[in-house]
Design a protein around this ligand. Structure first.
Ligand SMILES: Cc1cc2nc3c(=O)[nH]c(=O)nc-3n(C[C@H](O)[C@H](O)[C@H](O)COP(=O)(O)OP(=O)(O)OC[C@H]3O[C@@H](n4cnc5c(N)ncnc54)[C@H](O)[C@@H]3O)c2cc1C
Length: 788
């Protein structure tokens, strides 16, 4: 948030917090409903959400009942808002006194009985009446409670809420450390509070019935109860006619057989919450987007007519980087004790962690050694993995590359593969119905610009890109580049570079390019990477029908049994004499003893699984941020676009659509009928990643279909299959300073450990393969010296 706006909000909220501190409660209960009525009038967007939720969940009330309930519900929001403002009061101890005054706690004996069993308590609550007051009332009666909640923005608000909760003895657990804190609390016999009525997408949530439809609901409580034996206690709130907020703790919930089935437990809990809401509907948060992506029985939008065309499985299955198992075994287990027990798996000269292109290339270079690749997924390939529709294969990630050369060309030749060159035009640009042929060209740049001033900016940029292309100066490997130039281009963002040298329009074009290619804007990338990659679009582009998965498939065939799939590495422990690698395969744990290990996984994984790294290395690994992408793959019944390989589409939900089918490539014409395409949705980082994780396939699909129709009218009706592949950590963000301050350190070997992966090179398959060759070479040198 803009710091000035944040400061202004802080002043306003603190002032209001101070003001409400002096309000007599009867006046507050008079004022609140009036403020709520005002909110009802002033915010039509929220009002519609609340009204639609009420109408769909409680159809039996009919129109008059819906309106009446909406009005009562908004009166409740007014009181709730004033109550919450007390939490922002700057007066020391105010909130504690206030909570004691306006809340009552019932059922302490129920908690005590469950607590005395010694396995911890899981409170399940909902956004009824005032949940903060309920927690405060409990904590003030001596319940040691940790609330599972979100990290608020801006930071000052987060800190303020944390402090005020602590003032009433409530602790909080936030992502990404939620699970370790929750488990620690339960182990100590404490009580953990969950509110279970919010939308929780996969992988944390599962769809369970709620008001007659299936809604994604947090599944953690059921799993935690099963895992730890903690008691589940429903706890609800209601505000009585006099305004007192009652926190009511019910007896421990007996889940019966559902205790060993987390999904069934979640269903029971969701039913409980629904019963509470039905009993007291005016005090629930109907303005919540609780029913995200639910297709209610009545759908009327034009797009919904396309729903039956798509396979039902497409909407239900999750594809891409699924965080659940990584979170459980790596993120939340980081720093915990060494996982035990592990069965001995074998001795190797080199253990390679990660079977993406970097790991596979490293293994290929070390084929003459006793080498093993451990890959957590069922297939190797990482972000180049190829997947299949019924009639076409498609790329789940990477799609095209430049002309192979050097060690990459050598490996391709030995593997017997060679990519096909795209016919011109390769890059068609679409904007509001206008198509520009080959926009990354001198002519294309002059047409993208809408006046002479813009044209002049792009002319300058084009001249620079051409020069880089001709000189080949800013190319991988960077060690061969001019260090002075490196310094110059590394210290500045691509956006600032373009703005300074050419002007705002050139910066906007560079920004769009970066979003498409790197998943995040030109301000996030250094001028070095922006220029180098943009210049790399000038020479020919290459791929295979079905994308770059061909390389991983050929490597996998070549490496055969050296690759162990379904093997998630949990720990890499290096000592003077050897490296121990502990991995999980199915329910079992194994241990490898190796002379060297190559970490060919993204930095955020390396950092968490490797013990004993130097502080410098850990710092560099922790400094790498990632952009996110959704890749929406579509299989069309008949070809819908045959003019170019990439259709660039600024200002839509996706940044481009690529068509890696056989038709647009030189070489033998494809025998396949129809066409496959991928819409690429860059998400940036942070909020973008959260967006990607919180949207259902259904919601993303609707967005994409609407835009596909804009670009290629009639194409949506030709879709016979569609898959959404989510890459939460698609590419490392190589911002200013990355090259000089981070990358060199990422690559530096430590003892028997060697480091590969695109983070150590450049965010493309060449970078991945090159990093594998380089790490393999270092390991080979170590092995030969060590043997002597
Ligand atoms: C949507 C998208 C589009 C792209 N388009 C292009 C393109 O057109 N051209 C291009 O050149 N590049 C493209 N890229 C970038 C390119 O695909 C990647 O940079 C490159 O493939 C990364 O290779 P890698 O081996 O470094 O990492 P990854 O491919 O991420 O491989 C790492 C492997 O390690 C495994 N792993 C992770 N943790 C563990 C663990 N604990 N134990 C065991 N295994 C583990 C993972 O499952 C994965 O297989 C694209 C990327 C994305 C996401």
């Amino acid at each position: 948030m803009n710091p000035i706006l944040s400061a202004l909000i802080r002043i306003v909220l603190s002032t209001l917090g101070l003001a409400v501190s002096f309000l007599p409660r009867p006046f507050e209960l008079w004022l609140g409903p009036r403020l709520g009525r005002l909110y009802l009038v002033l915010d039509p967007r929220r009002r519609k959400i609340a009204y639609d939720n009420i109408r769909r969940c409680l159809p039996e009330l009919k129109e008059a009942g819906w309106s009446r309930l909406l009005n009562e519900n908004y009166r409740h929001y007014g009181i709730l808002a004033l109550e919450i403002l007390h939490m922002l009061s700057p007066l020391p101890g105010h909130y504690r006194r206030y909570a004691q005054k306006v809340s009552r706690f019932e059922g302490l004996e129920n908690w005590k009985r469950a607590h005395d069993k010694g396995k911890g308590v899981l409170f399940v609550s909902a956004h009824l009446a005032n949940w903060e007051l309920m927690a405060a009332a409990g904590a003030l009666r001596g319940i040691p409670i940790t609330m599972v909640t979100r990290h608020l923005k801006p930071e000052w608000l987060h800190k303020k809420m944390e402090a005020v909760r602590l003032s009433v003895n409530i602790r909080c657990a936030y992502p990404p450390r939620t699970m370790p804190l929750v488990l620690k609390g339960l182990r100590a016999g404490e009580s953990i509070g969950f509110v279970l009525d919010q939308y929780a997408p996969p992988p944390m949530g599962i769809p369970v019935p709620f008001f007659g439809v299936k809604v994604d609901t947090l599944a953690a409580v059921g799993s935690l109860a099963q895992r730890t034996g903690a008691a589940i206690i429903p706890a609800r709130q209601k505000r009585d006619a006099s305004g007192l907020v009652h926190g009511i703790v019910e007896p421990e919930l007996d889940l019966g057989q559902a205790r060993s089935h987390p999904a069934q437990a979640t269903e029971i809990l969701a039913r409980k919450v629904e019963d509470w809401i039905r009993a007291n509907p005016s005090q629930w948060l109907w303005v919540h987007r609780r029913f995200k992506n639910v297709v209610w029985p009545l759908v009327s939008s034009a797009l919904s007519l396309l729903l039956p065309l798509l396979s039902p499985a497409a909407a239900a299955s999750f594809k891409g980087e699924s965080c659940a198992s990584c979170h459980a075994h790596i993120r939340d287990a980081a720093g915990s004790k060494e996982p035990k027990p592990a069965e001995f798996f074998g001795e190797y000269e080199a253990a390679i962690i990660g079977g993406g292109l970097s790991g596979l290339s490293a293994a290929y270079s070390l084929k003459d050694k006793k080498v093993v690749v451990l890959e957590k997924d069922d297939e190797p390939g990482g972000k180049t993995r190829r997947e299949n529709f019924s009639r076409w294969s498609y790329a789940s990630g990477a799609v095209y590359t430049s002309e192979p050369e050097g060690p990459i060309l050598k490996m391709f030749s030995e593997l017997g593969i060679y990519p096909l060159k795209f016919k011109s035009p390769v890059h068609i640009y679409w904007e509001n119905g206008r198509l520009l042929e080959e926009w990354i060209s001198e002519k294309g740049f002059s047409e993208v610009a809408s006046d002479d001033a813009q044209r002049a900016q792009l002319k300058g940029l084009w001249a620079r890109l051409k020069q880089i292309d001709a000189e080949g100066k800013l190319t991988i490997p960077i060690q061969e580049s001019d260090p002075q130039a490196l310094q110059e281009y590394d210290s500045i963002s691509f956006w600032d570079y373009l703005l300074k040298n050419y002007g705002r329009f050139a910066a906007q074009i560079g920004d769009y390019y970066c979003r498409d290619i790197f998943g995040t804007g030109a301000k996030d990338y250094s001028a070095f990477f922006g220029l180098m990659y943009m210049a790399s679009e000038i020479p020919d582009s290459y791929s295979w029908p079905g994308g770059l998965g061909e390389i991983a498939q050929a490597l996998a065939k070549n490496l055969g049994g050296r690759i162990k799939t379904g093997a998630m590495v949990e720990r890499v422990i290096a000592s003077q004499d050897h490296v121990r690698v502990i991995f999980r395969r199915g329910d079992k744990r194994y241990e490898i003893k190796a002379q060297t290990a190559i970490l060919a996984v993204p930095s955020f994984i390396t950092r968490r699984i490797t013990t004993g790294l130097s502080e410098k290395k850990q710092k560099a690994l922790a400094a790498v941020r990632y952009s996110a992408y959704a890749n929406v793959a579509m299989q069309f019944k008949k070809p819908v676009f045959e003019k170019a390989f990439v259709l660039w589409t600024p200002k839509l939900s996706f940044a481009d659509i690529t068509f890696p089918g056989g038709e647009r490539l030189e070489g033998p014409p494809s025998k396949q009928v129809g066409q496959v395409a991928q819409a690429s949705m860059p998400m940036g980082s942070g909020d973008g990643r959260r967006w990607l994780q919180s949207r259902s396939d259904e919601e993303i699909r609707k967005l994409v279909l609407a835009d596909v129709e804009k670009v290629l009218p009639g194409a949506a009706a030709q879709i016979e299959d569609l898959n959404i592949i989510r890459w939460g950590h698609a590419m490392p963000i190589m911002g200013p300073g990355y090259l000089s301050k981070i990358q060199e350190e990422l690559r530096r070997p430590e003892g028997r450990l060697f480091f590969a992966g695109v983070d150590t090179q450049g965010p493309a398959i060449e970078g991945a393969m090159f990093s594998g060759f380089q790490a393999a070479e270092q390991a080979r040198r170590f092995l030969s010296q060590w043997k002597k």
